[in-house]
Design a protein around this ligand. Structure first.
Ligand code: CTP
Ligand code: MG
Length: 412
């Protein structure tokens, strides 16, 4: 039996940033886009390369386990042959790249550094960067000609001059280098650079630009995420059958518990009994989501015998439910919740609760509350009930969007 030779190309996918400018409650690489995390999208591109490569994902320290699961899924989906590992990142991009470099196998000769935030980067761009590094023995980065006219402006927004755009390139990742050159540049330069080419060039090495891809744009702002969503959207006329699910939960008041409802703590209110924190709204939402995905119910997934969920709050349940729903192939469309009870008075904190649950589920959440006109167990003040309805949308099939390469043009 002949052994598969170890890959000579390593791809470091940096995904340890927080995504401040995107402004979500999850780190950027774990934000969902059409039912997959941005990290999974990026890795599907990398694992689609034409040769076996060593892939190293650099993830936020508290997300290493989650990143391992995402990487394993993407590798399996693409039937990738090379090894994949996950390491914890640092506080700056450069530190995160350093952590990735330290995890390279001995056989790796060419290293690509890629931003997970460039989630739709096509596999063929990664292949072209490798081929160009092999052909030139030097650093190679993808870039696009700048089409806008660029002005230099002063602090009071007055135009100083026009920059000659013929000399400009908007550069992207993956950026490829001979391993020794990249490692030496990282070891000797402490400057915080926003890309690796800047470090390698500062160390005195030539770096060339090859034609990039319009799909390799960096998802930085909410507008970028929306654009990425449109690129992945189903073809016009495609028939999409959404899935709907409902959930119901009831807990009795308890004088020994504090109240948790819709993910919020309610000081001074009577609490609810229950194995976890008794949050009926969150539990109803989980059942609605699991039901829509055909995954059973909350009791079956988060068993009362499982110590991990004793006393757990809504974020734990909702994050894990979202992960399962995405793994089953669905994106959350929206969730609607109805809370039924005399207390607490919900309206003053409705916006806060909706924002919290929407952030955790990465989808719109509406929460209504009502009393039952003194009728029934909620009317008698014995407990609180909640119902929820969730809509799921099947995620896009495993293909990459294709966009024509732009014709390089320097016309005015
Ligand atoms: N990155 C990283 N470690 C850091 C900072 C950034 O691995 N300490 C990664 C990001 O995960 C991203 C890439 O570097 O894939 C490009 O960075 P950027 O787009 O700036 O992402 P963030 O730093 O997460 O976003 P923001 O600057 O808006 O906070
Ligand atoms: Mg950043």
């Amino acid at each position: 039996m002949t052994e598969t030779p170890a890959p000579t190309v390593g791809v470091i996918v940096v995904a340890a940033g927080s995504g401040t400018r995107l402004g979500r409650s999850h780190p950027k690489a774990f934000v969902h886009l059409q039912g997959r995390t941005l990290l999974e999208h990026a890795l599907l591109g990398v694992f689609g390369m034409s040769e076996a490569v060593q892939v190293i994902v650099v993830a936020p320290e508290d997300r290493v386990g989650e990143a391992r699961a995402v990487a394993a899924d993407a590798s399996a989906a693409r039937e990738a042959l090379g090894p994949v590992s996950v390491v914890a990142g640092g506080t700056t991009r450069q530190q995160s790249v350093d952590r990735g470099l330290a995890a390279l196998d001995a056989e790796v000769e060419i290293v690509l550094v890629h931003d997970a935030a460039r989630a739709l980067t096509p596999s063929d761009l990664c292949d072209r960067v490798v081929a160009a590094v092999r052909a030139t023995g030097a650093g190679v980065i993808p870039g696009l000609a700048v089409v806008d006219t660029i002005k230099r402006v002063d602090a009071s927004d007055l135009i100083l001059d026009t920059v000659d755009r013929a000399e400009l390139s908007a550069v992207q990742t993956p950026q490829g280098f001979p391993r020794a050159v990249l490692v030496a540049a990282h070891d000797t330069l402490a400057d915080e650079a926003t890309d690796d080419a800047a470090l390698v060039a500062a160390a005195g090495h030539a770096v060339r630009v090859i034609e990039g891809s319009p799909l390799a744009f960096k998802i930085t702002t909410p507008n970028d995420l929306e654009r990425a969503g449109l690129l992945l959207a189903p073809a016009p006329g495609a028939i999409i059958v959404p899935r709907i699910g409902t959930g119901l939960d009831v807990h009795a008041f308890s004088d020994t518990a504090e109240l948790w409802l819709a993910g919020l703590n309610w000081p001074g209110e009577r609490g609810l009994s229950g194995h976890s924190d008794g949050d009926v709204a969150v539990h109803a939402v989980c059942d609605a989501l699991l039901g829509a995905a055909g995954l059973g119910d909350i009791g079956g997934i988060f068993g009362t015998s499982d110590a991990r969920f004793a006393g757990a709050h809504g974020d734990v349940f909702l994050t894990e439910t979202l992960r399962l729903v995405a793994e089953a192939g669905f994106a959350v469309g929206n969730v609607s919740v109805q809370i039924i009870g005399n207390r607490p008075r919900f309206a003053p904190r409705r916006g806060e609760a909706e924002a919290l649950l929407a952030g955790l589920l990465q989808a719109p959440v509406n929460i209504a509350a009502t009393t039952t006109d003194a009728l029934g167990f909620t009317g008698r003040g014995e407990g609180i009930a909640a119902t929820a309805t969730a809509l799921l949308v099947p995620r896009a099939p495993l293909t990459r969007p294709t966009v024509m390469r732009p014709v390089l043009s320097l016309d005015v």
